[in-house]
Design a protein around this ligand. Sequence first.
Ligand SMILES: Nc1nc2c(ncn2[C@@H]2O[C@H](COP(=O)(O)OP(=O)(O)OP(=O)(O)O)[C@@H](O)[C@H]2O)c(=O)[nH]1
Ligand SMILES: [Mg+2]
Length: 318
Amino acid sequence: MKLPAVKKPDEIVEMLFRAASKVQAGGRDPLSKMKARSIRKLHAISDRADREFSSYVTGFPSFEKSKFEWEIADILVGADRLKISIARVHVAKNRIVTVTNRIAREIAKSGTVQRIHALRDSAYGRVASIISEAAPDIELLADASVKLREVPELQEGDSVVIAGFPNVGKSMLISRLSNARTRVEAYPFTTTRLIVGHRMIGWRKVQFVDCPGLTERALETRNAYERKALLAIRHLAQLLVYVIDPSGSCGYGVEEQIQLRDSIIREFDMPRHVTVYSKADLKKAEGLSVSSLTGEGMEELLKVVDRQLAAFPGQTGS
Ligand SMILES: Nc1nc2c(ncn2[C@@H]2O[C@H](COP(=O)(O)OP(=O)(O)OP(=O)(O)O)[C@@H](O)[C@H]2O)c(=O)[nH]1
Ligand SMILES: [Mg+2]
């Protein structure tokens, strides 16, 4: 997900005052020169604050449009808190613009250098205090923009979600099937976020999504990793490729893997799914059996994926 780089509140104050310090202006006499310069300084602060905060407010995705983005934001940072902070930063920006404009108008009417100085200082003080009041919200946006960066850019169209128990070989499979680069390790819970890879199957550009592993309690416990996987299945999968490791090397039995598959299919009303048995080089199972190590069964799997996607053209997740 592309997101704005959110500065620290102190850096923002510094940046605004720096913008003000660069302003120059002429005038007929010292008083009008001072007035013109002070007004321009306040406008510089207002413009810079407007630009900076607007980029934060508009830089986050419009979560109303995509249930997937809303829910993943909810897992990673808390969607309601994020929405409130975006709104508060928007309000802070408006307050800065209003206050600087009002004080600039007062400066325009003032008759002494001292009065202009006092007004200008009060404007600076107000701006600094508005930003300091909004600091927790600005910091929340900064944190969210870092955390949400793990969310992959997704394309519309043919999406295949690869899910299954931990350690069954999902990541090695997606690396075989697509250009995705993802960590493969001999222990469970290696993958902690959604990973996307692409591949052409004939004329079809297919997006594969690798998920964190799911366990038999996935539908109840809902830890963050499992929630991400379930979210991908719910919102992104035109086709679910459910990986079962029949070799036992993942540490889970085949029965429990099948049980979870069946509950996911029931829970998510997933008519389009393919069960793939992994690690065929260790143990060959009945059904679609593949090895990411040797490449065995990959052509067959791609054919099945293509057939399944072709049978349901134009379907997209919500
Ligand atoms: N022999 C053999 N080992 C495999 C195969 N595919 C995966 N493995 C091994 O199984 C282990 C787990 O592989 P991963 O691809 O990381 O499994 P995962 O399902 O993504 O695991 P999590 O991300 O933890 O859920 C690694 O040690 C892999 O080398 C295969 O086809 N044959
Ligand atoms: Mg993995």
